[in-house]
Design a protein around this ligand. Structure first.
Ligand code: SF4
Ligand code: SF4
Length: 510
């Protein structure tokens, strides 16, 4: 498969992106023309030899001479001799396999363990991922996670974290509390925090975080501040914006949440400023402008914005989900004070995320570490990788459900549990996990081999129903679609060149 893509920006500048070299370059129209011939499968050397010495007419370029063409032909040869435009054996490239050792090492270096403290809540938000729209979570049975399995898992993890497999020295390690509403099981949180405080991690330091709906904040804020919790409060904006967040009897929760948040802000202003963040769920009752204005005015904060999760929707709820769902990107086109919103929200906006992804994956100027930088000069190396953009299991986090299932994160269906923990044992069979992932990869590999976006893919396999016999990826890109995606990013950078420096300085892609 050819690994380069031609693209033209809105200003009609021409570029090529070479997937193998992970590099995008501006090019002269003549070089662009030569690359088009190459892309069509023409023998460019023969074409050049056959040119006569008189005037030469080139489509879309006008009349030129062989002498002038020679300069760009030599450039083409130079690039080609240095590994550009060479094509890639995708079958081989995407033939990577996960091994048990890799997964174990990933767990030894994980960044966070999150406990689903309870499976119930004091609210009943219309779009909750454990609510009426979805069918991919375990039944909610008013369970609380007890501290014994949580401690068993922490002990197991600590042995791995303190072993030679850990090479993430100095990195903070987060213990997360999630629900339902985690503050409904405060004794669990207090006991686990006390327990963690006396654990000795050789390489990492423990920190705490929590996602909360804010209703019990006033009652527990002294504890949260004392232990420096990183807090993420769910709030969708003003009273109307927030009107899907309601109590079980349907009455709005907005005023109570606001009172609690204001109490926290006035008692602990410094903590509030440095450790408290908001997440607004995006839907048909708010907009990017509403959200930006609300949080800026009330709390001088810039929230994260998340769309409703479109996977795991029950068939009977599709229509209602469709009415509730709204797309952030589409809404951005209608934002009046866009430059102000972009200045504040920056990487939280999907279009800026797209540009960042482009710079990270396709510009050739971003290296995650020195190993990657040194390896980049290693032409001809036989690299392989696994298909899709799924993270290495546990590389980001471990999620423990209220029933003791072990998952790679809280965003995927509970049917994909990779192990279990109870008060005495952790059951994690790394060989079996590797087999499961490799089986899923085998089902997607053929699609990924034909996908122009295989190199920069972010598609998580768990959103594609990997247990089905023939899962389908709707994100498969053909070359034309990749060209359009790249052209959008390059056009944005041409029009907003300052964004390049800002992304390079401020954004770290994980
Ligand atoms: S959604 Fe998929 S890729 Fe993302 S953290 Fe979870 S398992 Fe990994
Ligand atoms: S977008 Fe889909 S088809 Fe393309 S590489 Fe990713 S998982 Fe494979």
């Amino acid at each position: 498969m050819s690994t380069f893509t031609l693209l033209e920006s809105k200003r009609q500048n021409k570029y090529f992106y070479d997937q193998k070299a992970k590099n995008t370059q501006w090019c002269h129209p003549m070089l662009y023309y030569i690359l088009k011939l190459h892309d069509k499968g023409m023998d460019v050397d023969q074409w050049y030899r056959d040119l006569n010495n008189g005037p030469v007419k080139i489509e879309g370029f006008g009349t030129t001479s062989k002498k002038e063409i020679a300069y760009y032909y030599r450039k083409y040869i130079l690039l080609r001799d240095n590994g550009f435009f060479s094509g890639i054996d995708t079958e081989h490239y995407l033939s990577g396999r996960l091994s048990a050792d890799q997964i174990k090492s990933s767990l030894a270096n994980t960044r966070q363990v999150t406990f689903e403290v309870v499976d119930f809540c004091n609210l009943e938000c219309a779009y909750c991922t454990y609510g009426k729209f979805y069918n991919n979570y375990d039944r909610r049975e008013k369970n609380k996670l007890s501290t014994a399995p949580a401690k068993t898992f922490l002990n197991y993890l600590l042995d791995l974290m303190n072993s030679p497999l850990n090479d993430s020295h100095g990195r903070p390690f987060y213990i997360g509390f999630y629900g339902g509403e985690p503050l409904l099981n405060f004794p669990f949180i207090r006991e686990i925090v006390d327990y963690v405080r006396q654990l000795k991690a050789v390489h990492n330091r423990f920190c705490f975080n929590m996602t909360t709906n804010g209703l019990l904040l006033e009652r527990y804020m002294d504890f949260l501040e004392e232990h420096d919790f990183l807090l993420l409060i769910s709030l969708d904006g003003n009273e109307y914006n927030n009107s899907y967040r309601v109590f079980k009897d349907g009455t709005p929760a907005y005023q109570q949440i606001l009172e609690n948040v204001n109490a926290l802000k006035s008692k602990y202003p410094e903590y509030f400023e440095s450790r408290v963040n908001f997440n607004a769920v995006f839907h048909n009752r708010n907009s990017v402008s509403d959200i930006h204005r609300y949080f800026k005015t009330h709390f001088n904060k810039v929230p994260t914005i998340s769309e409703l999760n479109p996977s795991g929707i029950s068939d009977s709820m599709r229509e209602e989900f469709r009415k509730t769902y709204a797309n952030i990107n589409e809404n951005l086109f209608q934002v009046e004070d866009y430059s102000l919103v972009e200045k504040d929200m920056f990487i939280r906006l999907p279009n800026i995320k797209g540009v960042s992804t482009f710079l990270d994956q396709c510009s050739g100027f971003v290296f995650n570490d020195y190993n990657e930088l040194l390896a980049s000069g290693n032409e001809g190396k036989e690299e392989v990788r696994v298909p899709t953009g799924t993270c290495m299991p546990f590389s980001r986090k471990v999620f423990i459900t209220v029933k003791g299932k072990i998952l790679p994160c809280e965003q995927i269906g509970y049917q994909y549990g990779l192990g279990a923990v109870d008060e005495n044992n952790v059951e994690l069979d790394f060989e079996k996990i590797a087999r499961t992932y490799n089986r899923y990869y085998d089902k997607l590999k053929n699609q990924c081999c034909t996908c122009a976006n295989a190199e920069a893919c972010f598609q998580c396999i768990f959103y594609l129903n990997p247990e089905k016999p023939n899962p389908k990826c709707l994100g498969l890109f053909n070359k034309e679609e990749l060209s359009q995606f790249l052209a959008t990013q390059v056009s944005y950078l041409e029009e907003n060149p300052h964004t390049y420096t800002k992304i390079m300085k401020e954004v770290r892609i994980e």
